[in-house]
Design a protein around this ligand. Structure first.
Ligand code: ADP
Length: 323
């Protein structure tokens, strides 16, 4: 491999810059040329590709977002679009790709690799922690800390006014942000997609009378269609239990921003360097994951499989600590 391309795609996550830096520097260290591809797969299709030197990634490790920008690219969803992307890589002399993104981006990477036989290594860049085969994704720890700070502030008003707050957090189909966010803030409960089937989480909470020893409560809710979101929870409580003073806060995009935590910077740095090791080691179509502090190769097919299992130990801990 003489030259690699690096891109960030899908939703942005804090630590993507640290990952771009690590990929770039580790490649250059190994005498591999690097090209930065702007705006995810768009940059391949619309030819926005720039040569990267070591100093192209100076002074970015501490910045949220991504200097390469990110985009959702519908042209890449078609065979024709991916053919154009492949031709751009040929023209630019790019022999391999490092794709930093979430499950959609890695799904796209997998298809491109299958159609055109290009080595691609993925890095899990998403705050949702929803990729399989890795304990953590880049951006998750920062988002969790942001949620913690925000919920701590909401707690002040919840307890002063003796209110019940439903706080909606990101995560799509994955409850890690809500569950660990709830443990970290001492919240009453987390309503998560993994437990929507066959259990009425809200009903259970209400029938227990929320926390009996307290008259204010915080409940974290994962966004999205599966849980129905915080607003729907609040409507239901208002209708069935008018005695509660219910409020809703949707944390929204503030969860995606900010300077990455040390944990995310270190994770991104290790994973970025590991992506280059993987390519030198003839690995292809794998995502770099971390399991018990060891870097591992996770085949794309496994990484993007839906329904990452939730850690039941966390569910129990939250339950025990909220009596
Ligand atoms: P994320 O990577 O954060 O999950 P998306 O799901 O929006 O974000 O995916 C990002 C981009 O990856 C899409 O805009 C598209 O270009 C590409 N992509 C996603 N799914 C596919 C697919 N099935 N086939 C080809 N490309 C895809």
């Amino acid at each position: 491999i003489k030259c690699i391309g690096v891109l960030t795609s899908g939703g942005d996550a804090p630590g993507m810059n640290a990952a771009i830096r690590a990929v770039t520097r580790a490649a250059i260290y190994n005498n591999i040329e690097v090209k930065g591809i702007m705006r995810g797969y768009r940059g391949l299709i619309f030819d926005e590709i720039i040569p990267f030197r070591s100093n192209s990634v100076s002074n970015i490790i501490q910045q949220g977002g991504t200097i390469l920008k990110t985009a959702r690219c519908k042209e890449f969803m078609s065979v024709e679009g991916r053919q154009i992307a492949y031709e751009a890589m040929q023209r630019e002399g790019i022999d391999a790709l490092v794709v930093i993104g979430g499950d959609g981006s890695l799904t796209g990477a997998r298809i491109l690799a299958q159609e055109h036989n290009i080595p691609i290594v993925g890095l899990p860049g998403t705050i949702d922690n929803d990729l399989n085969g890795t304990d953590m994704t880049i951006g998750y720890d920062t988002a969790l800390n942001t949620i913690m700070e925000a919920v701590d502030k909401i707690r002040d008003t919840a307890s002063s006014h003796e209110r019940l707050f439903f706080i909606e957090v990101m995560g799509r189909e994955c409850g890690y942000l809500a569950l660990n966010g709830a443990i970290a803030t001492g919240a009453e409960a987390a309503i998560i997609p993994e437990r929507m089937y066959g259990t009425d989480q809200l009903g259970e909470l209400i029938s227990q009378g929320f926390r009996k020893s307290k008259n204010s409560s915080l409940v974290l809710v994962t966004e999205g269609d599966i849980t129905g979101g915080a607003m729907a929870m609040a409507e239901r409580v208002k209708k069935e239990y008018p005695q509660y003073d219910v409020r809703v806060t949707i944390l929204g995009h503030l969860q995606r921003g900010g300077s990455p935590t040390a944990t995310d910077r270190i994770l991104a740095s290790r994973m970025g360097a590991a992506a280059i090791d993987a390519l030198l080691d003839d690995q292809r179509n794998v995502m770099i994951g971390i399991q018990n502090d060891q870097l591992v190769y996770v085949p794309f097919s496994k990484a993007i499989k839906k329904n990452k299992p939730i850690n039941e130990n966390l569910v129990n801990t939250l339950k025990i600590l909220s009596i």
